[in-house]
Design a protein around this ligand. Structure first.
Ligand code: NAD
Ligand code: UDP
Length: 318
């Protein structure tokens, strides 16, 4: 690749869990990356190893404010993803999703960039259809504690499709299902990081509710490959596209798996289930398979082992 064919790519939320993996992969592939983040949930540790790379540039900025940059592609990931974090300041969460989308779409329109939106399985809410296919419109409580995120992300999808219809903007909307792996924040509050950190510290594992609710967990490198394939290999397809691993588990099964992989007898305790916690979630990924020939390849046990090793090193360094 010569200096002149290089792509300049903006990653918003680039210091977060998914964003930092994406920045790393885009640089490996020879691109110039601008990582934009306000460090609400992201961390410099995630991108420290990239700071001296001349293909990488870091901007501290909040997507709710406009910004003028010259780029070829945008991946819009800025938004807290853990229920604990997105409920901390629900007004800011909705603003980040909606005003952030408006600003990034405006930027994409001005420079003619293709733009990717990190949407979510939460647009399906507490689904009545199982597994969830892209045609399902969802069952979301518009006024509950999760609505700041769910409705913010739904509105962002609306904005993306409106910009596509009105201005022919090249959009790519991915609906991401639960993803895990190294670089999740140890206090992130999501289930995989919580259970692993609790078990490694010998603290009780906290199951919310009776543990019968299900999720389907995708390893981070599989997901990032899906981002790139959707962005670069899907021709005129604009989305939405489910990206996730259809391997469905009860939360109680996940707790057992993590206990046995770590080899601990740490006890399991049950806490109140959060309001509007979805009961069942599993992606139908037939569209991703047929459209971009994408499916996850990392087995849950291998993915969990790599994640456990990561948290083990993080806790040892403290
Ligand atoms: P994360 O919290 O680790 O990363 C989000 C990043 O966005 C952080 O670095 C944070 O500091 C930054 N950010 C938040 N508000 C911002 C703002 N106003 N301006 C600039 N930066 C801001 O979460 P993640 O898991 O990496 O998720 C990334 C994206 O993927 C999010 O949009 C999330 O909704 C979406 N997503 C993730 C999952 C998952 O399982 N990880 C599932 C569905 C959707
Ligand atoms: N959960 C749990 N214990 C925890 C954290 C989460 O039992 O310490 C449950 C949570 O109630 C939900 C599932 O695990 O049913 C996934 O939660 P997470 O916050 O990871 O993401 P969600 O899919 O709900 O956005």
């Amino acid at each position: 690749m010569t200096e002149f064919d290089k792509q300049r790519i903006l990653v918003t939320g680039g210091a977060g869990f998914l964003g930092s993996h994406l920045c790393e992969r885009l640089i490996e592939d020879g691109n110039d990356v601008i990582c934009l983040d306000n460090f609400f949930t992201g961390s410099k540790t995630n991108i420290r190893h990239l700071l001296n790379n001349d293909k990488f540039e870091l901007l501290r900025h909040d997507v709710t404010f406009p910004i003028y940059l010259e780029v070829d592609k945008i991946y819009n990931l800025a938004c807290p993803a853990s229920p604990v974090h997105y409920q901390k300041n629900p007004v800011q969460t909705t603003k980040t999703s909606v005003q952030g989308a408006i600003n990034m779409l405006g930027l994409a329109k001005r420079v003619g960039a293709r733009i990717f939106q990190a949407s979510t399985s939460e647009v399906y809410g507490d689904p009545e259809v199982h597994p969830q296919h892209e045609n399902y419109w969802g069952k979301v409580n518009p006024i509950g504690p999760r609505s700041c995120y769910d409705e913010g992300k739904r509105c962002a999808e609306t904005l993306f499709f409106s910009y596509n219809r009105m201005f022919d903007l090249e959009i790519k909307v991915a609906r991401i299902f639960n993803t895990y792996g190294p670089k999740m924040h140890p206090n992130d509050g999501r289930v995989v990081s919580n259970f692993i950190v609790q078990a490694l510290k010998g603290n009780p594992i906290t199951i919310y509710g009776n543990g019968e609710q299900t999720r389907s967990f995708c390893y981070v490198s599989d997901l990032i490959q899906g981002f790139l394939d959707l962005m670069d290999k899907s021709n005129n397809f604009v989305g939405p596209l489910n990206l996730g691993n259809p391997n469905e588990f009860k939360i109680s099964e996940l707790a057992e798996k993590i206990r046995s992989l770590i080899g601990t007898k740490t006890k399991i305790i049950f806490k109140k289930i959060p309001i509007d916690d979805p009961q069942q979630r599993k992606p139908d990924i037939s569209l991703a398979k047929s459209l971009i020939d994408w499916k996850p390849s990392t087995d849950i046990e291998d993915g969990l082992k790599m994640t456990i090793d990561y948290f083990d090193a993080v806790l040892a360094a403290k």
